[in-house]
Ligand binder design. Structure first.
Ligand code: ADP
Length: 284
């Protein structure tokens, strides 16, 4: 009697185990496919500027008796070299955000500083296109996280807002604190008192619903030609998504085609005033 009861208990367990193994294999295969795609994409993205550089250097050699042509080709070589440098830098950034634990050296990060830095980073392309950048609400807010990675994430969103907007439009960056839903009155662990929301709004070309599902994938671009023209690599939003998720936050997008987009980061607030005091930069 007892043996039967035992095998009856083991049998469903066994089939569950088999099922788990099968699921595990499918997941392993999926990860392997993603890895293979990534390597293929990287190779393709590297080949494009390297191929261009090779052709251009041949053109320079052929045109050695025409100084004007030489300098024209040299100018284009410089553009391709910059593209290559950007791509390699973004690949390094992506591998960093994927592999390091950003909370290992987490600290309270002043949102005002992040916003000012992001605006600074896009100041040149924005002024070329006469795009005004305005910010508000950041004063006195702190995020619990890695300063460099948070700066990279917000910097990317502002850069995109400027890149994908026509001339003489506006880019707005607004920050606010929102309470964690359903936790009022509950003592929060260090660094999780609430959420800080930073929204980057543009009046640009917008993103269709179909594309909104894919823009956070590595190398996905709505319009590869346009993205390349602005020096884009297709890695920016993948980096933003990784930074947000690894901080225990998220990034979402809202957009109307032809009218503009809003990218919203939600990140954990640095909790107590003691957290903030430890930065030594609390003047608010
Ligand atoms: P890229 O280097 O091409 O900008 P990203 O990963 O930063 O790569 O963005 C992926 C794609 O999402 C872009 O190529 C662009 O098509 C689209 N996109 C990103 N931000 C915006 C925006 N603010 N407005 C419209 N399209 C955007």
């Amino acid at each position: 009697g007892e043996a039967l009861a035992v095998s009856a208990r083991v049998a469903p367990l066994g089939s569950r185990l088999v099922l788990l193994l099968v699921e595990d294999l499918t997941e392993a295969r999926r990860i392997e496919a993603v890895r293979r795609d990534f390597v293929a994409n990287v190779s393709h993205e590297l080949k494009t500027p390297v191929g261009a550089l090779s052709l251009l250097s041949e053109a320079v050699m052929d045109a050695s008796d025409d100084p004007e042509a030489v300098s024209r080709f040299a100018g284009r070589m410089q553009i391709e070299a910059t593209r290559l440098t950007n791509l390699v830098q973004e690949l390094i950034d992506l591998s960093r955000v994927q592999n390091d634990d950003p909370l290992e050296d987490a600290e309270p990060v002043r949102v005002e500083e992040l916003v000012a830095e992001a605006i600074d980073r896009s100041r040149h392309p924005a002024s070329t296109k006469q795009i005004t950048m305005a910010s508000g609400g950041a004063s006195g807010l702190y995020i619990w996280g890695n300063r460099g990675k948070l700066a990279a994430a917000l910097g990317n969103l502002v850069e995109n807002a400027v890149n994908y907007s026509p001339a003489r439009t506006r880019v707005g960056i607004s920050a606010r604190r929102i309470a964690m839903p359903g936790t009022s009155g509950v003592t929060q662990p260090r660094g999780t008192a609430g959420l800080i929301e930073i929204a980057v709004t543009d009046q640009g070309i917008g993103i269709s619903e179909k594309d909104r599902e894919r823009i956070f994938e590595r190398f996905y671009r709505v319009d590869p030609a346009r993205s390349r023209a602005t020096g884009g690599t297709g890695l920016g939003l993948a980096i933003v998504k990784h930074v947000a998720a690894s901080h225990g936050g998220e990034v979402t997008v809202w957009s109307t085609e032809g009218q503009g987009s809003t990218f919203t980061l939600r990140l954990p607030e640095a909790g107590s005033t003691r957290d903030r005091a430890s930065t030594g930069s609390d003047q608010a």
